[in-house]
Design a protein around this ligand. Structure first.
Ligand code: MN3
Length: 198
């Protein structure tokens, strides 16, 4: 059964003004859809067709002959995770358990935001900024290039921000830092991040 574009967990205009309906329309309806379509075309008639998305990502990772499959599969997964990393009225109260971890592992919410912003700003070219939990249980910020995803590592992703230009260019032009500030202050779904701590 081919993979399908998951519906957005909110209306196209739900994240305005931080992210416009026009950006979401293109980002979800065109970019995310294209990754789904490309993936389905690439795995058609192969054994990967019957695998889960996670399995396709893990099996194609690091295999140069399957770079196209990996890139599209990982981008399908990363974008679905990104939509759920945000909500209307996000950036509010942090669940106590997560707040304590941010305090213990970063020195506080502001220090976390600074580290996350720095990761997003210094990801040269296209990529992603993530809050993850390591196998030692400690929270940390990582950045990945292009389609790379913590799914292929031992880290557990908690929340992500897409820093590809298509994520913010219509609303912020070249101002990636302003987009990251809006993500952290007005969009981030702390409950989603906390739930992913397990
Ligand atoms: Mn994107």
């Amino acid at each position: 059964m081919p993979f399908e574009l998951p519906a957005l967990p909110y209306a196209l205009d739900a994240l305005e003004p931080a992210i416009s309906a026009r950006t979401l329309e293109f980002h979800h309806g065109k970019h995310h859809q294209a990754y789904v379509t490309n993936l389905n075309n690439l795995i058609k008639g192969t054994p990967l067709e019957s695998q889960s998305l996670d399995a396709v990502i893990r099996q194609s990772a690091g295999n140069a002959a399957q770079a196209g499959i990996f890139n599209n599969a990982a981008q399908v997964w990363n974008h679905s995770f990104f939509w759920h990393s945000m909500k209307k009225g996000g950036g509010g109260t942090i669940p106590a358990a997560l707040g304590k971890r941010l305090q213990d592992d970063f020195g506080g919410v502001d220090a976390f935001k600074q580290a996350f912003t720095q990761a997003g700003l210094t990801q040269f070219g296209s990529g992603w900024a993530w809050l993850v939990a390591g196998t030692d249980g400690k929270l940390k910020v990582v950045k990945t290039a292009n389609a790379e995803t913590p799914l292929t590592t031992t880290d557990t992703p908690l929340v992500v921000c897409d820093v590809w230009e298509h994520a913010y260019y219509l609303d912020y032009q070249n101002r990636r830092g302003d987009f990251l500030k809006a993500f952290l202050d007005n969009l981030i779904d702390w409950e989603f991040a906390a739930a992913n701590m397990g």
